[in-house]
Design a binder for this molecule. Sequence first.
Ligand code: NAD
Ligand code: DAU
Length: 354
Amino acid sequence: MTLLVTGAAGFIGANFVLDWLASSQEPIINLDKLTYAGNLETLSSLQGDARHVFVQGDIGDAELVSRLLAEHQPRAVLNFAAESHVDRSIHGPVDFIETNIVGTFRLLESVRGYWSALPESRKSAFRFLHVSTDEVYGSLAKDDPAFAETHRYEPNSPYSASKAASDHLVRAWHHTYGLPVLTTNCSNNYGPYHFPEKLIPLMIVNALAGKPLPVYGDGMQIRDWLYVKDHCSAIRRVLEAGRLGETYNVGGWNEKPNIEIVKTVCALLDELRPRADGQPYAQQISYVTDRPGHDRRYAIDAHKIEAELGWKPAETFETGIRKTVQWYLANPQWVSNVQSGAYRDWVQKQYQAS
Ligand code: NAD
Ligand code: DAU
């Protein structure tokens, strides 16, 4: 039994691999292109562990993916690989179209070729799990009900439009070809190994560096935050027991305005690593120009995954954010290697030399 996991050198994929191998002997083939967001240093504790096989490559490389499938005969493919940062998608959408849409299409075709040739018993047990986002549903007004799985797709950014397109492809490959797919649509994650271009890690590292804490617009946009390990446990549960062709929304019932998130991070840093001058970190908050087309509110209705699969998050926002701030304080080397770019040498040092 083996899993092929794509994009597993990124934030959520790497957390998934670490959690999986902490409690399972089932090996993981990690296919990751190592874009700027891929960081093998996150997985350095698995060095020499035969259960983790890293392959640098693109999900859109049909020859490579078909070869990996034939060689390792996985029982499931989990697709985390994507361009994931909304601001980058606004500045340059092309990579989002290439990976999130065309890449997912090519991956689906490679997987379909492999799956259709499997013997019947393995064919019916096979799963393709697609990791997606709540952003495909668009933006909610203040009093709208949270996104259920039946909410219409209304993506607003190049990123969310590209993820929405990938969800549609996955759905169609099930409907038309019978590929046994599962899709998860999760809200905003936070936790260890989060690349410091996203709100929470950016605020932590900027605060510690004495830099401004840039809050877009009025800071009253609402996101629904989930600790990354709870997202990973949801994916494990959907893989294990999700109904074929279904989508499952994943969220922690933790809606918060951005400014409250930033103030919470500041207050935790005041407690755990006070500024040398004794002043509060909140003094560094700086309101800046808003993100174009900025979605006002996301909120996930997680009743389906809770009722059908019995999944519940283990962390509250209070416990999860404290763990996250503590993790960044305890891992300055990981942060400085990301900031200096040294993390990109890791693959050279660890893999190509051997
Ligand atoms: P990330 O940007 O941290 O990591 C993405 C990984 O994919 C990187 O390691 C990158 O090298 C790899 N990758 C990119 N293009 C590739 C390609 N063509 N072929 C192979 N690998 C490629 O992203 P993340 O935050 O870990 O998100 C993982 C998945 O979860 C994405 O699909 C994202 O849309 C989804 N998601 C993220 C969040 C969140 O809050 N971060 C929430 C819901 C869903
Ligand atoms: O909702 C799930 C999505 O969450 C995922 O699909 C995406 O991959 C992930 O990046 C995330 O998207 P967001 O755009 O919500 O995350 P980000 O951390 O970039 O921003 C969170 C909120 O904070 C958003 O309202 C924009 C705001 N923000 C962000 C940054 C980086 C700021 O105010 N200042 C900032 O500097």
